[in-house]
Design a protein around this ligand. Structure first.
Ligand code: HEM
Length: 403
């Protein structure tokens, strides 16, 4: 079972069970929802590059079409078809991906670093005098939401609403559906606003792109970017911090200046792929993947987490080697690698700079994960540090962000 408390507590044991079935194995990913999951690195690369056999179009999902998937299944938010890059193939994908790539390329990297640093300082200002915090709920979860609000051109008076909608959206609980509706409503308002008054933001660039997207397409593209971006950025920030705070060697090397945050981030991507099991595909017809029978119209997921830790990979690849699958591979490989890296790296550097003496307060070496099959993200990450005065933060820090 790739969901529920047992998986959240011991994911590696579940990946071992899946590996015992071969390069891909059957798993339950939510109550009454079954899928094939690829755990072998080589099989994953084959599938991700074979667009003739495998499609991303969720309308091929036979069990969903036959009414066999519970109406409120928690996996539908991520798996049900939408008109965006994530669920399209070939020319349709190329058109939407062209718009996505162009819009992401217009994000100024210096400005992104500055926005992230300012947002991080806003969050640090809320905890700096308290002496303890949960790095997930107080920092890593909210940071990408604040950054996205600015990237999307969300006016400050709507930012709190956007953050609340995103918080609901990413909770694997019953609020998720409400969050998705609220967030889509907000994006719709933004699109209408930016049609009248374009600005220098993702929303304006998406609706003004030469691919001439409809409002519905633009909304779903933006929804996809935020949906695909928030949790992995939060998770990657958390795992990078976890590595630096947990591992004495790392902490010592960082202080001595021999190890950069960037290298810790790469190690986190290899060992704790934030998008644990995703890249959902559907075989267009019955086929065989590295000896495993794959029926047409069944969801087949890539376990980026299991493929990255595949025992068949050569030992000692080193963290400079970028052949991990945390960003996926093939035509749907993450289009925002540099932006995601900038946000994580700047966030981690800023919090380490301000709360340099923080320590994890739990002795448990393996944090319990959030429930759900798709992401690998700690539920919480409690830390303590010596309380500090707000005076050490830049003067305008408290003015930004949301309540
Ligand atoms: C550490 C952070 C991130 C990780 C690990 C990550 C990982 C991934 C993975 C594994 C996929 C493939 C999904 C699939 O094929 O179903 C993907 C796709 C995607 N990601 Fe990221 N992502 C991250 C951050 C972001 C951010 C910040 C954005 C937006 C600014 C973003 C936008 C997208 C989009 C739009 C796609 C769909 C691409 C397509 O289907 O052509 N991601 N990402």
């Amino acid at each position: 079972m790739l969901h529920g408390p047992a998986f959240a507590a011991r994911p590696r044991a579940v990946y071992e069970q899946l590996r015992a079935q071969g390069p891909a194995g059957w798993a339950e990913i939510a109550p009454q929802v079954h899928a094939l999951v690829v755990t072998r690195h080589r099989a994953a690369v084959t599938l991700l590059n074979d667009t003739r056999t495998y499609s991303k179009d969720a309308r091929l999902w036979k069990a969903l079409n036959n009414g066999e998937i519970p109406e409120h299944s928690p996996v539908l938010g991520m798996m049900a078809w939408r008109p965006s890059v994530l669920y399209t193939d070939d020319e349709q994908h190329a058109r939407l991906r062209w718009a996505m790539d162009d819009c992401l390329a217009r994000i100024n990297p210096h400005q992104l670093r500055e926005t992230t640093r300012r947002s991080a300082l806003t969050l640090i200002a809320r905890i700096i005098d308290k002496g303890r915090a949960d790095l997930m709920g107080d920092f890593a979860d909210i940071l990408p939401m604040l950054v996205f609000a600015e990237l999307l051109g969300c006016p400050p008076e709507k930012t709190a609403r956007m953050v609340h909608a995103c918080q609901d959206l990413i909770s694997a609980g019953p609020e998720a559906a409400r969050g998705a509706t609220d967030f889509a409503g907000l994006l719709y308002e933004l699109i209408q606003m930016r049609r009248v008054r374009p600005g220098q933001d993702l929303t304006s660039w998406m609706i003004g792109h030469a691919a001439e997207l409809s409002d519905d397409e633009a909304l779903n593209q933006l929804f996809c970017a935020v949906g695909a971006g928030i949790i992995p950025v939060a998770a990657c920030t958390a795992w990078t911090l976890h590595l630096l705070l947990r591992d004495d060697d790392y902490a010592g090397n960082l202080a001595a200046g021999t190890l950069t945050v960037r290298r810790a981030l790469e190690k986190a991507l290899w060992e704790r792929s934030p998008m644990a099991n995703f890249s959902v595909h559907y075989a267009r017809y019955d086929t065989v993947l590295h000896g495993v029978h794959v029926p047409g119209g069944v969801p087949i997921l890539i376990s980026h987490a299991a493929a990255n830790t595949d025992p068949a990979l050569p030992q000692g690849l080193g963290y400079e080697n970028r052949s991990h699958l945390a960003w996926s591979a093939g035509p749907h490989r993450c289009p925002a690698i540099s932006q995601a890296t900038t946000i994580v790296q700047t966030g981690v550097e800023t919090v380490l700079d301000q709360l340099w003496d923080m320590n994890l307060t739990t002795t448990d070496p393996e944090p319990v994960l959030r429930h759900g099959p798709f992401h690998q993200c700690p539920q919480s990450m409690p830390v303590s540090f010596r309380p500090k005065s707000h005076d050490r933060l830049p003067a305008n820090t408290l003015a930004g962000g949301t309540s």
